[in-house]
Design a protein around this ligand. Sequence first.
Ligand code: LP5
Ligand code: MN
Length: 237
Amino acid sequence: MFISDLHLCASRPHITDAFLKFLSTEAKAAKALYILGDLFEYWAGDDDIEDAFNKQIIEGFKALALSGVSIYLMHGNRDFLITQDFCKAAHIQLINDPSLINLHGTTAILSHGDALCTDDVNYQQFRTQVRNKDWQAQFLSQPLQVRKDQIEAIRLRSEQEKSSKSATIMDVNADAVNHLLRTHHYPKLLIHGHTHRPDEHQLIVDGKASTRWVLGDWYEQGSYLICDASGCRSIQL
Ligand code: LP5
Ligand code: MN
């Protein structure tokens, strides 16, 4: 099963409830659960695992993992500061963006998707800055509340800037998608989130067919992609 863009936070309790229910019911049937980024509305650092809301989520994952489901997490643009303390507590394995997996004999490439939005030049500059390890070390050296306040300021700025960006600029760039598929020897499947435009796109790159699955967000309602031996399909909760 594949999910992304849950944007979990204490101020959306109905989504938290839906997600915890998903972990204790549907997700138990999976061999593996892949979370392709933006699990949290934002993540300010692993010293926040003591927070009561975060603890609840960690316990949900732990119970699922102990029931025998492998859980994999990829960073999104909002929670790339998640590291081993969170993952160990939640019994989750952190995976790289992008990652290649064997899905019932078919190669799939997994990504959050933000790196494919290359037309969004301002965002890509911001991304380069905040993904820099030295920048992150300096940011994380500040007290938790100072970090949260700075993130709130960035969130405000991001929302302001997004309101003047076109939908096309904020979608994946076709050349970036083709380049990703080409450099990874044309996997049959690309699964990503980030754009909040759930869909199934058929592509031909250099004469080779691929399917690009875009996962939905969990703002209003949960959804997941399930891939079994007969193929992939999207399920609404
Ligand atoms: O997330 P989404 O889909 O709403 O929007 C993204 C891009 N925005 C972001 C910002 C996040 O939403 C909020 C912050 C996450 C916290 C990360 C934690 C650690 C970082 C700490 C920073 C202090 O990712 C948005 C894209 C959109 O996707 C579609 O792809 O358009 O990008 C923006 O709007 C970014 C602006 O274009 C550029 C912002 C420049 C800010 C410059 C200040 C940098 C100095 C930081 C020092 C405190
Ligand atoms: Mn995102």
